[in-house]
Write a protein that binds this ligand. Structure first.
Ligand SMILES: C[S@@+](CC[C@H](N)C(=O)[O-])C[C@H]1O[C@@H](n2cnc3c(N)ncnc32)[C@H](O)[C@@H]1O
Length: 400
């Protein structure tokens, strides 16, 4: 079973699981009979997890107390892997990777180039969505670690990912036999070909100097379909240099985007009217007047040397409803009052990770009439006759 792209119901020995201890603490563990997973909340025997459905809560009694510690055992997904993977580099997080993939229309039809691999965070997301992923890393140790992880996660042999040890800025993206790569390990590619057909239509560059890698792309990108590119750069100076090369190399539709995650706090606020404010002022004035009169009476009693008696504090009616805070408390959303939805946004932006520079390229701009006719024929099978263009319209479209 491909652990990151197929689902199963029950945990078995040998499965990679992600153990959710807390929101910031998720640990990848391979389940083994007789093994134990130790945390500060207690020791969890793997045997308690085997046979349970994924997502189960596993509880153990904390030693020396009557309390229980618990964890949740989750099935691996690209998103959870991003939160739990061992960091070897800065990584791309899900808010960025999901946006980038949808902007580049990444789908099972996509052949992706990713450089560098880094900690393999984005590689997992790409591998789940794309048809094939070519990932490149020039740091030998990071290459080895990522290769081993991809192997353990079934992304290589039976999967749709290949990693190549390469400095793409210097040596480009072409892969040939003899290179340090997992590409030719795949049975399906173990034929006679010497040079790999990369044919990428999605390119993602998370490198310090993407402008040095971009000129090498022409040799490996698709000649027949639109190619989308995204460069992930933390500094605006890098964006500037990238833009220069993109223009020189004929990339179009260039756009720079920055993702800024913000926390919105949404709640309901009671609707306050002018009448409410006037009522509140009258109320305050009335209470003040009662107090002044009471103090005046007490003072008169003192100087007239009358026997001191404690006057009962006059009962002032309790405010039933005060939209300005004090008085009877009204629960947020109480149906007896009117409310409006409001939201508060965090004042500071905390999440700048990088600037995303998008561009696209169409290499062969001539129209393949046979392919167009085939596409029309395919559309005809799924679209009702009435929604299709007339014969004359079709001819005109084909000519245009
Ligand atoms: C920020 S990390 C990539 C993180 C990755 N996107 C992730 O989500 O885990 C950048 C990686 O690019 C690699 N790198 C830098 N320059 C390179 C080059 N010229 N060729 C190949 N890899 C390179 C670095 O070794 C590093 O591992």
């Amino acid at each position: 079973m491909r652990q990151f792209s197929e689902y199963k119901d029950v945990i078995q020995a040998g499965d990679l699981v992600l153990i959710w201890i807390s929101r910031d603490n998720i640990k990848p563990v391979t389940i083994a009979t007789g093994a134990t997973f130790n945390t500060r909340y207690g020791s969890f025997p793997h045997d308690d997890m085997i046979g349970k459905p994924f997502g189960s809560q596993i509880a153990v009694r904390t030693r020396g107390s009557n309390k229980f510690g618990f964890v949740h055992v989750l099935q691996p997904t690209a998103e959870l892997w991003t939160l739990s993977l061992p960091h070897r580099t800065q990584i791309v997080y899900t808010p960025d990777s999901s946006y980038i993939m949808q902007r580049m229309q990444c789908s099972p039809h996509s052949r992706v180039i990713e450089a560098g691999t880094g900690s393999g965070s984005f590689s997992h997301a790409f591998a789940r969505t794309a048809g094939y992923v070519f990932s490149y890393e020039f740091h030998k140790m990071r290459y080895e670690q990522a290769r081993q992880e991809f192997e353990e996660h079934d992304l290589l042999r039976d999967g749709n990912l290949a990693i190549t040890h390469r400095d793409v800025c210097q040596d480009g993206f072409s892969i040939k036999k003899g290179d340090t790569t997992t590409f030719f390990d795949h049975e399906q590619f173990s034929g006679q070909q010497e040079l790999a057909q990369v044919d990428a239509n999605v390119v993602f560059l998370d490198l310090p100097a993407p402008w040095d890698a971009i000129p090498h792309l022409d040799k490996v990108i698709s000649q027949d379909s639109k190619v989308s590119l995204c460069c992930f750069s933390p500094c605006i100076e890098q964006v500037d240099k990238t833009l220069e090369v993109l223009e020189k190399k004929g990339w179009t539709e260039v756009e720079m985007v920055e993702i800024q995650g913000r926390q919105y706090e949404s709640r309901r606020q009671m609707v306050r009217r002018l009448d409410d404010a006037l009522q509140r002022l009258r109320d305050v004035k009335e209470r003040k007047q009662v107090g002044v009169e009471r103090r005046k009476r007490m003072f008169n009693k003192l100087i007239s040397d009358e026997e001191e008696t404690f006057e009962e504090r006059p009962e002032t009616p309790k405010t039933q409803y005060n939209p300005f805070g004090k008085g009877s408390r009204v629960k947020e959303g109480d149906l007896n009052f009117q409310w409006k939805e409001v939201s508060k946004v965090e004042a500071e932006v905390k999440s700048h990770t990088s600037y995303l520079t998008f561009a696209s390229k169409i290499v062969r701009k001539t129209r393949d009439e046979k392919l167009a006719a085939k596409a029309f024929a395919e559309v005809q099978d799924v679209v009702p006759e009435s929604a299709l263009p007339s014969k004359r319209e079709k001819k005109r479209l084909l000519k245009s």
